[in-house]
Design a binder for this molecule. Structure first.
Ligand SMILES: Nc1ncnc2c1ncn2[C@@H]1O[C@H](COP(=O)(O)OP(=O)(O)OP(=O)(O)O)[C@@H](O)[C@H]1O
Ligand SMILES: [Mg+2]
Length: 448
């Protein structure tokens, strides 16, 4: 029997799942350890000011650049900014190299990413099943195309209101929504009767036990009345979702005809924008600009940079956060050397936040948080040893060693990671410095 927690782990434990915000007090001062964030206080405080600017609508035409060595929390801070902006705010991460797709134009990749980073919160009256989750069992099966991946197959869920209690068996789609939303026992949820879309309304006041990762989440009363009812249903989709629905490329047929990667007709996007505008005017929808995070920005070329510069000006633009761990380097597509490989006119419009390497105490605290998040138990000696490795190589590297080390411990029949396990995986897996050197060699071979 699989519980939702176990199933969820396959997909939900991302490298930054422990980041719940920027960990600032009301005066925007960084609390040393808060919201899953440790240290890096100046960068976090700067990010806090950016969040204020965004909320006050004063970031238009500007973007943020996070600059710092590998593993210093650039991505973590971008995630923190998104969390601070609110619930349902999309976070889309694009690696600079991803724009060089063989099937799509560079600008199409960027355009698509932008539209994925803009949420539309829609209010509708619909028939829903609503209640507190009393019991939940998700059955998983192997992914049809990837035997190493588990996907949900169906679920049995018991919902209760103050007046009614019912158990349902639901199919793959709803099970996937349940996992996607991170639904657990004690949550109050709504399921749209027609589409199966699931919404987590909040944590029930009556629920027992705290959910570590959503400490700050609002509590809601257990609903009353019947489980099935007419209700205002509020859900968030992205402009990209709407583009897909409009052009029906999301359907199964596209699998056979390969329509999925075709370029989106620009009239489809105009129609979607038109429709969204109308809904906003009628009070049926709100726009939620999210964060488009573009990592390794030096990988972009001059054409892509000018697209971004233009996009920053447009009315429907996400917050653009760029990251770089490079110094002066050539702007791709030119012979010009520039900071972070970016054109100066774009650099001029950035608010730049720098991140610095961590000290041992900070690395130890981050490791503790990550170990808790990944359910990895460590002896004190193993924690010290990992901390030491982190100081010598990088935070990113030791964070990534946690789950292989747990695997090594398991292989010798222990569920607690000890020094020997760390030693073992450290020898098996290269650290960031080594791999970055490899990459540099590789880059020289490719680009000259
Ligand atoms: N200040 C922090 N507090 C808590 N966790 C952090 C902090 N900084 C980084 N982390 C975590 O450490 C790991 C490495 O950090 P991250 O990936 O954000 O570094 P990065 O600067 O983006 O590196 P790169 O240049 O290689 O992309 C991640 O799991 C991240 O969530
Ligand atoms: Mg990163």
């Amino acid at each position: 029997m699989a519980s939702i927690r176990e199933v969820g782990r396959f997909q939900r434990i991302g490298a930054h799942s422990h980041i719940k915000g920027l960990g600032l007090d009301e005066n925007l001062k960084a609390i040393p350890i808060a919201d899953g964030m440790v240290g890096q206080t100046e960068a976090r405080e700067a990010a806090g000011i950016i969040v204020r600017l965004i909320k006050e609508g004063r970031m238009a035409g500007r973007a943020v650049l996070l600059a710092g060595p590998p593993g210093t929390g650039k991505t973590a801070i971008a995630v923190g900014i998104t969390r601070e902006l609110g619930k349902d705010v999309p976070f889309i991460s694009l690696h600079g190299s991803e724009i060089f797709s063989t099937e799509l134009k560079k600008t199409e990749v960027l355009m698509r990413a932008m539209r994925k980073a803009i949420g539309v919160r829609i209010h509708e009256f619909r028939t829903v099943y609503e209640g507190e989750v009393m019991d939940l069992e998700v059955k998983t099966t192997r992914h049809p195309y990837n035997p190493y991946q588990q996907v949900p197959e169906s679920a049995r869920i018991t919902l209760a209101t103050r007046d009614e209690r019912k158990t349902f068996t639901v199919g793959r789609e709803i099970a996937a929504y349940l996992i996607g939303q991170g639904v657990r026992i004690g949550d109050v949820i709504q399921i749209d009767a027609e589409t199966g879309r699931v919404i987590r309304v909040g944590r029930s006041e009556e629920a027992k036990g705290e959910r570590y990762e959503i400490e700050a989440e609002r509590k809601v009363p257990r609903p009353s009345g019947p489980i099935k009812k007419e209700r205002e249903f509020v859900y968030t989709v992205t402009l990209h979702d709407l583009d897909e629905m409009r052009s029906r490329r999301g359907s199964l047929l596209s699998l056979f005809f390969g329509g999925g990667e075709a370029e989106m007709d620009s009239t489809v996007r105009q129609e979607v924008d038109e429709m969204v505008r109308r809904m906003v005017e009628e009070g049926r929808a709100e726009i939620i600009p999210g964060v488009l995070f573009i990592d390794d920005i030096h990988m972009l070329d001059i054409e892509a940079f000018s697209f971004i510069a233009r996009a920053m000006e447009s009315e429907l633009a996400p917050i653009i956060v760029l990251a770089s761990n490079r110094g002066i380097t050539r702007i791709r597509g030119t012979d010009i050397e520039a900071p972070h490989g970016m054109p100066l006119d774009l650099l001029d419009r950035l608010l730049i936040i720098t991140t610095k390497p961590y000290n041992a105490d900070e690395i130890r605290e981050i490791l503790k948080i990550r170990a808790r998040e990944e359910d990895v138990k460590l002896t004190d000696e193993a924690l010290e040893y990992l901390t030491k490795i982190g100081v010598e190589s990088s935070l990113r590297y030791v964070v990534q060693l946690l789950s292989p080390a747990a695997e090594a411990a398991k292989a010798r029949g222990s569920d607690v990671v000890d020094v020997e396990d760390v030693d073992k995986v450290r020898n098996l897996f290269a650290d960031v410095k080594r791999s970055v050197e490899e990459l540099k060699k590789f880059e020289e071979l490719m680009l000259r």
